[in-house]
Design a protein around this ligand. Structure first.
Ligand code: UDX
Ligand code: UDX
Ligand code: ADP
Length: 465
């Protein structure tokens, strides 16, 4: 099958960068990314590449190279579907906020709307690719909708989960550990698998392109994220033991990471994991397990989330107890709001919960993050509905200059591991703070000896020494 046109429904964190890289690596294929959100499409088309809706190192130059050549961003969803032989679905699948499975199951309404739209528009056979992370067996639902509505053309469904991490999306896409494609083993299924494999083979070595059945592919994505999140919760659980016993979590992580069965990556203790995937995918896994009556399995994975919530809570508790059991009216500076460095994404960021707890203790918070804008920070807090948005604006200030954010502060808390925090003039920060000046390093990035020499009372996550 000769593929000339592909489209992607959903121009978000996954769809945008993924399609940009496909377009760059496959100049012979026209790639159209569509979205119902006009502002988002306008931002992807912005002449000024600083305004792209997704900030990822290296993404701007790829968009610059391919945009207008064979990469297009548009709001004309029907037209793109009609024109394409392959359609990727990369719309959001948030956790349900209503009804059965509320707070746990994935909300598939956007996926279903897409499937219905594809069925309505398609007049020729199409390959439909699930790119969004989805509960196992979603492909079956998509297939059922596609085959029972529309014009009775043939649809072949593939699952092709994305494993890119934010902040390293471009690298992850250019040099993936693996590409996973699930499909049916019928002749048409194999043909579809080959068509998608051939696209990736333009830049990914064939031995790294795995093909499986659809269900294995869907489940592998949830499993990968559950395992990664579990590693963070495991190291974070140990970080609390370290603080009590006088061990140091970095030393422990290094020691266990040298065991080749464990490996050194993803063992950094933190104030808690965030991001759009980990919590959502585990909740989803828990929901699936429960729906099959697998209560022990569900409880096992749920514990990963519970430890993560505990880690955030104990960080804010520690700030309160250290500041003489009251932070009421005290200024506390947050360095970092994003859920990790090198991204402007704040979804599920630990900073949100920590701030919310401290605001409930009547602290005054000032925030500096190199990439996150004030509007986002307020909207993250307002979304919790703990207090009115007016109160949030009164209690929390957002600064464009880190030194200003720290001025007259009682305590600085590191919430994100941005590199620039390490090279700040900490003496200058100290000189302008209230005394005693506290630093709570929720990412373990600063130099303890240096900070203590300046005069800070320094607390590092996972360090009991
Ligand atoms: C273990 C540790 O590996 C070793 O480093 C430590 O010093 C002592 O404990 P051991 O108990 O000899 O060593 O065996 P190991 O190979 O680790 O297996 C432990 C159990 O886990 C076995 O029952 C094994 O069958 C099981 N296992 C191991 C699995 O079920 N699946 C696996 O993938 C690996
Ligand atoms: C994750 C997966 O890595 C990716 O494969 C999947 O496609 C989407 O979900 P992402 O959410 O972008 O990617 O970020 P990731 O780098 O995995 O970090 C997730 C969270 O864990 C962050 O808050 C990060 O700070 C935290 N983390 C990560 C730690 O606290 N310690 C670590 O050692 C690693
Ligand atoms: P992800 O992190 O999975 O990429 P995002 O929320 O960043 O998720 O992006 C998903 C995008 O999908 C949003 O921009 C949203 O407007 C878009 N979207 C959702 N439903 C549809 C639809 N039916 N048609 C087109 N775009 C859609």
């Amino acid at each position: 099958m000769k593929i000339k046109n592909i489209c992607c429904i959903g121009a978000g964190y996954v769809g945008g960068p993924t399609m940009a890289v496909i377009a760059q690596k496959c100049p012979h294929i026209n790639v159209t990314v569509v979205d119902i959100n006009e502002d988002r499409i306008a931002a992807w088309n912005d002449e000024n590449l600083d305004n792209l809706p997704v900030f990822e190192p290296g993404l701007d130059s790829i968009v610059k190279e391919a945009r207008g050549r064979n990469l297009f961003f548009s709001t004309e969803v029907d037209k793109a579907i009609d024109n394409s032989e392959i359609i990727f679905i990369s719309v959001n699948t948030p956790t349900k906020t209503y009804g059965k499975g509320k707070g746990m199951a994935a909300d598939l309404k956007y996926i279903e709307l897409c499937a219905r739209q594809i069925a309505r528009v398609s007049k020729q056979d199409k390959i439909v690719v699930e790119k969004s992370t989805l509960p196992v067996r979603t492909a079956a639902a998509i297939k059922s909708i596609l085959n029972n509505t529309g014009h009775h053309v043939h649809f072949e469904i593939l699952s092709n989960p994305e494993f890119l991490a934010e902040g390293t999306a471009v690298n992850d896409l250019l040099m993936p550990d693996r590409v996973l494609i699930g499909g049916e083993s019928t002749p048409k299924g194999k043909e579809a698998l080959k068509a998608l494999t051939d696209i990736y083979a333009n830049w990914v070595p064939r031995e790294k392109i795995l093909t499986t059945n659809v269900w294995s592919s869907e489940l592998s994505k949830l499993t990968a994220n559950a395992f990664l999140a579990q590693r963070v919760s495991s190291i974070n659980a140990m970080s609390e033991i370290c603080e009590k016993t006088g061990a140091d979590i970095n030393e422990v992580a290094k020691a266990i990471g040298m065991d080749s069965r464990i490996g050194p990556k993803f063992l950094k203790a933190s104030v808690g994991f965030g991001g759009s995937c980990f919590q959502k995918d585990i909740l989803n896994l828990v929901y699936i397990a429960k729906s099959y009556g697998l209560d022990e399995v569900a409880d096992y994975w749920e514990q990963v989330i519970l430890i993560n919530e505990h880690q955030k809570q104990r960080f804010s508790d520690l700030i309160v107890s250290t500041l003489y059991n009251t932070v009421s009216g005290k200024k506390i500076t947050f360095l970092g709001w994003a859920f990790k460095k090198d991204t402007n994404d704040t979804r599920e960021s630990a900073a949100i919960k920590v701030a919310d707890s401290l605001l409930s203790e009547q602290a005054k918070i000032s925030v500096y993050d190199p990439k996150v804008v004030a509007k986002q920070i307020y909207s993250d807090l307002d979304y919790l509905k703990t207090r009115s948005s007016e109160e949030n604006r009164n209690l929390l200030q957002v600064h464009k200059d880190p030194y200003e954010a720290c001025n007259q502060s009682h305590s600085v808390a590191i919430l994100t591991e941005w590199d620039e925090f390490v090279s700040y003039d900490w003496q200058r920060i100290y000189d302008n703070m209230q005394k005693p000046a506290f630093v709570f390093d929720g990412r373990g990035i600063l130099n303890k000896t240096e900070l203590e020499r300046i005069g800070f009372v320094y607390y590092k996550i996972g360090s009991g020494a």
